[in-house]
Design a protein around this ligand. Structure first.
Ligand code: NAG
Ligand code: NAG
Ligand code: NAG
Ligand code: NAG
Ligand code: NAG
Ligand code: NAG
Ligand code: NAG
Ligand code: NAG
Ligand code: NAG
Ligand code: CU
Length: 586
């Protein structure tokens, strides 16, 4: 709906009729059911191109995959070989990352810019080739350069093997609930301005479900996503948080949600009214249409633990409609339907209650076992840092001539420019990175006590080397430097087990015995609590260069990243293969 007058909007808001038509996501699902049952080679063509889209009463140009926002949903089956040709037709450098895909022995296809490859420049292309090895469930793909992922992303659904037994009753149907953010401005301008000015960034103008802000936003009612259900039936909702900088609560009025999978790993069933998803996390839930025939709001809103500078996040929840067969399809006003009751926007205790209730179904996660003993224990402090910036004027900082940064173990990551980290490793190019990323803070202090008087950090391109087969435990510790905040930490190349989390400072003596080594969930992104810690374990059995970073893109832009270099083991199945011949060069 393209319109520039408010009165026309209001007319639409009050008059609109929704047709009970299958959504695009549903049509794709029908197609997916016909996916062959034996392992296949599945080919996709992704053209990164501009498209115009209208949201919030205005039309803008955005970078998309194949002109779609969100991008096309990819359906594959466990065991398939996936071949995606990515062509760049826009003025920005682009890469595509398959978020949560293990990329077992296919690190060159992973996609983070300057880590496993240099970006695909305009009018160039790169063909990703990888196998879906022992994984099934809901993931997504997204651009991995600057903030392009705000609009360049889509769902990546891995169906289980045809003969696999589901750990929950087979649902009648499924729906995709794809959460994102919308800026009226060009997103690359927003991040460029933020880096220049040095302070907070301009937050998005709307939250979205399947690319649509929903009824409560201006000029959005008629495009609100509708999920059709039939009373008495149970549905699988595949929920993806593809937002750029926000953790989200998700809730459906009148319906409880049973979590059965997170980050493409099954969980023990856990029933709740409100879900918490950090950006980068995915959650599959079962929903039974057990209420009176009618329409109910599905909604998501920001979960943002306290911090004093307080980016004014979108205050309006995004909404979609769960519509029962036989319900009316007219709304007399955008606020006719009640919103779910969400916890307070800063309720870290609620969020911790949710995440600690998630239990894995198995400690054998796609060939990657839960390490009961670890070879290396590491402590990574994560938090803010400041940098001197004579041209900045950041009024919320004690000295305005400073800019915001972030760091891990006091190192703010600097992207290489001449070659990707993995090419530098593979071809022995010196001077691209240093292999001395610290396993522990250099100067221990009370991380959750008084903020350190020196808020500065070290700048460097540092990686941590892991021997093949090593078992690792990492405790992520939020720090009081500047102020606390929750950080969703994402690791490429493997899932990890989240064996514990808590508030305050991790105490190795008191907290180690409490770690969950029985049924921890397996994830690719862990939401480290604000002012707290989270502990993960994984075994390094996938050779390559694996990026690890905060999945708030603003924090990654400020330096909260590093990479693990997992060395080769013995034999072909433990050795990083050579790069593909079309790997983009710097
Ligand atoms: C977007 O709209 C502008 C203005 O109408 C037009 O010039 C441009 O060609 C459109 N872009 C695309 C990709 O359709
Ligand atoms: C809708 O537009 C009005 C008038 O411009 C504005 O005050 C209001 O904040 C907008 N609502 C949302 C949800 O953006
Ligand atoms: C959360 O926000 C509310 C409302 O602004 C405030 O009263 C409360 O103190 C905050 N809670 C915490 C834990 O910061
Ligand atoms: C810095 O920003 C403040 C608040 O916007 C403004 O009053 C002040 O003039 C600015 N200072 C400089 C040197 O630009
Ligand atoms: C890089 O150095 C290693 C160890 O010195 C050597 O085995 C390997 O062949 C070298 N690779 C290249 C591409 O030169
Ligand atoms: C660290 O600081 C916190 C907050 O002030 C305090 O509660 C805690 O006891 C301190 N820890 C140690 C080991 O001093
Ligand atoms: C971090 O590094 C900076 C720069 O070397 C130093 O000034 C600061 O004291 C360090 N802080 C911590 C907590 O290690
Ligand atoms: C590689 O193959 C050997 C021999 O079959 C096997 O023992 C080993 O576990 C395999 N390694 C991986 C990482 O799959
Ligand atoms: C695009 O990537 C190339 C290769 O890394 C680099 O030289 C160039 O500066 C990049 N362009 C932009 C606009 O970032
Ligand atoms: Cu962060």
């Amino acid at each position: 709906m393209a319109t520039n007058t408010i009165s026309f909007c209001i007319l639409f808001l009050t008059m609109i009729l929704w047709q009970p038509m299958p959504t695009i996501a549903q049509k794709r699902l029908y197609a997916a059911r016909s996916l062959a049952e034996s392992p296949q080679i599945r080919k996709f063509n992704f053209k990164v191109q501009y498209a115009n889209a209208t949201r919030l009463c205005r039309t803008k140009s955005l970078v998309t995959i194949n002109g779609q926002f969100p991008g096309p949903t990819m359906y594959v089956r466990e065991g398939d070989t996936v071949i995606v040709k990515v062509q760049n037709k826009v003025d920005y450098n682009v890469t595509i990352h398959w978020h949560g895909v293990r990329q077992f022995l296919s690190a060159w296809a992973d996609g983070p810019s300057y880590v496993t490859q240099c970006p695909i420049q305009k009018d160039h292309s790169f063909t990703h080739k990888f196998k879906v090895v022992e994984q099934r469930g809901t993931l997504f793909y997204h651009a991995h350069v600057s903030w392009l992922r705000a609009t360049v992303h889509g769902a990546f659904i891995m169906l289980p093997k045809a003969d696999a037994v589901l750990p929950y009753p087979k649902p009648a149907d499924e729906h995709l609930l794809y959460l994102g953010e919308w800026w009226n401005r060009n997103v690359e301008d927003v991040i460029a301005e933020s880096l220049r000015v040095g302070g907070a960034y301009q937050p998005s103008d709307a939250l979205t479900i399947n690319g649509q802000p929903g009824a409560l936003y201006n000029c959005s009612l008629s495009d609100t996503t509708v999920f059709n259900v039939v009373k008495g039936k149970t549905y699988l909702l595949r929920i993806i948080n593809a937002a750029v900088n926000f953790q989200l609560y998700v809730s459906v009025v009148g319906h409880s949600l049973t979590v059965v999978e997170v980050d493409a790993e099954y969980t023990k069933p856990y029933t709740t009214n409100t879900l918490v998803l950090a950006p980068g996390q995915t959650t599959n839930v079962l929903l039974t249409a057990d209420q009176e025939v009618g329409q109910y709001l599905i909604s998501a809103t920001v979960f943002s633990p306290p911090n004093p500078i307080f980016v004014p996040f979108p205050q309006t929840p995004t909404t979609a409609i769960l519509r029962y067969e036989g319900a009316k399809t007219v709304l007399s006003s955008p606020t006719e339907l009640a919103l779910p009751k969400f916890p307070l926007f800063n309720d870290s205790v609620f969020a911790a209650g949710f995440t600690t209730s998630l239990k894995g179904l198995s400690t054998y996660s796609s060939g990657f076992d839960l390490p009961l003993k670890v070879d290396k224990e590491m402590l990574f402090t994560i938090g803010y840092a400041l940098q001197v910036c004579p041209t900045c004027n950041v009024t919320f900082l004690p000295n305005p001539h400073l800019r915001m940064r972030t760091s891990i173990n006091n190192v703010s990551f600097v992207e290489p420019t001449s070659a990707s980290l993995m090419e530098a490793y593979y071809y022995n190019i010196s001077g691209v990175y240093e292999a001395d990323f610290p396993s522990d803070p250099l100067y221990p202090y009370n991380y959750t006590g008084t903020a350190p008087s020196n808020p500065f950090s070290v700048y460097g391109t540092k990686v941590k080397v892991l021997e093949f087969g090593e078992s690792v435990q990492i405790v992520f510790q939020d720090t009081s430097t500047t102020f606390f905040e929750g950080h969703p930490i994402h690791l490429h190349g493997t899932n990890f087990f989240v064996v514990g989390e808590g508030f305050g400072t991790f105490d190795p003596i008191k907290d180690t015995p409490k770690l969950n080594l029985v049924d921890p969930p397996s994830r690719n992104t862990v939401g480290v609590p604000s002012g707290g810690w989270a502990a993960i374990r994984f075994k390094a059995v996938n050779p390559g260069m694996w990026f690890m970073h905060c999945h708030f893109d603003i924090h990654t832009a400020w330096g909260m990243s590093m990479a693990f270099l997992v060395k080769n083991g013995h034999g072909m199945n433990e050795t990083l293969p050579p790069p593909p011949s079309d790997l983009p060069k710097c």
